[in-house]
Design a protein around this ligand. Structure first.
Ligand SMILES: [Zn+2]
Length: 206
């Protein structure tokens, strides 16, 4: 006896095969399956169609899963979809593409709870793509010097947030204790808001 097993999501196929017989002109897949089963029946004593749940360690199920996944990746030109299904497919493709383009995306990142204005400040500090002297001078040859107004060092994100003496008073008002630069630009919501406040109050365009 040949036992032909179909996974849970394919229960409708069983119903289709049982209800409309071996040939279904409405669905090419079911029709091909019915033809294949007819051929199988001719070479075996008895063929049984049975639904089985997935993921229950039945031999061959893993291979069936793998083949189903491979098949799902192939173009499905002949498969008609509803408008709702098409929307879901497009959305999912866009979501995957966006995640590929943003490998560091973390939905729990406090950055996403900031106001739009604060997000702009934080993302510029994180990436270093900002209007600070060192970046503008070295990247675009804009300005006469990369050095900060204090004259001590290049005007970088770290210099501004951590060391520049011009902003020491403001820094001490916002952060009562020494805070690592990592915490200031990748920390929790409170940290990020403090950093955005510091930049705004410093008057330094970033
Ligand atoms: Zn400085």
């Amino acid at each position: 006896m040949t036992r032909f097993s179909l996974r849970r999501r394919n229960r409708w196929i069983i119903a289709s095969l049982q209800s409309i017989g071996p040939v279904n002109p409405q669905n090419q897949d079911v029709s091909e399956l019915a033809t294949a089963l007819t051929t199988l029946q001719q070479s075996t004593e008895k063929t049984v169609i049975q639904w089985i749940p997935s993921h229950c360690n039945i031999q061959g199920n893993g291979e069936a899963d793998r083949l189903a996944k491979e098949g799902g990746k192939l173009p499905q030109e002949n498969q008609q979809v509803t408008f709702g299904e098409a929307k879901t497919i497009v959305k999912e493709k866009q979501r995957k593409r966006w995640l590929q383009q943003h490998p560091h995306y973390n939905p729990r990142d406090s950055y996403y709870q900031l106001s739009r204005k604060d997000q702009v400040i934080i993302v510029r500090l994180r990436t270093g793509h900002c209007r600070l002297r060192q970046h503008m001078f070295s990247k675009f040859h804009i300005g006469d010097t990369p050095v900060c107004h204090c004259g001590i060092a290049d005007m970088t994100v770290e210099h501004l947030l951590q060391h520049c003496p011009i902003h020491q008073k403001l820094r001490a008002e916002i952060w009562s204790a020494d805070t690592p630069v990592q915490e200031k630009i990748f920390g929790n919501l409170r940290s990020l808001r403090c950093t955005a406040d510091f930049i705004r109050s410093s008057g330094v365009p970033v």
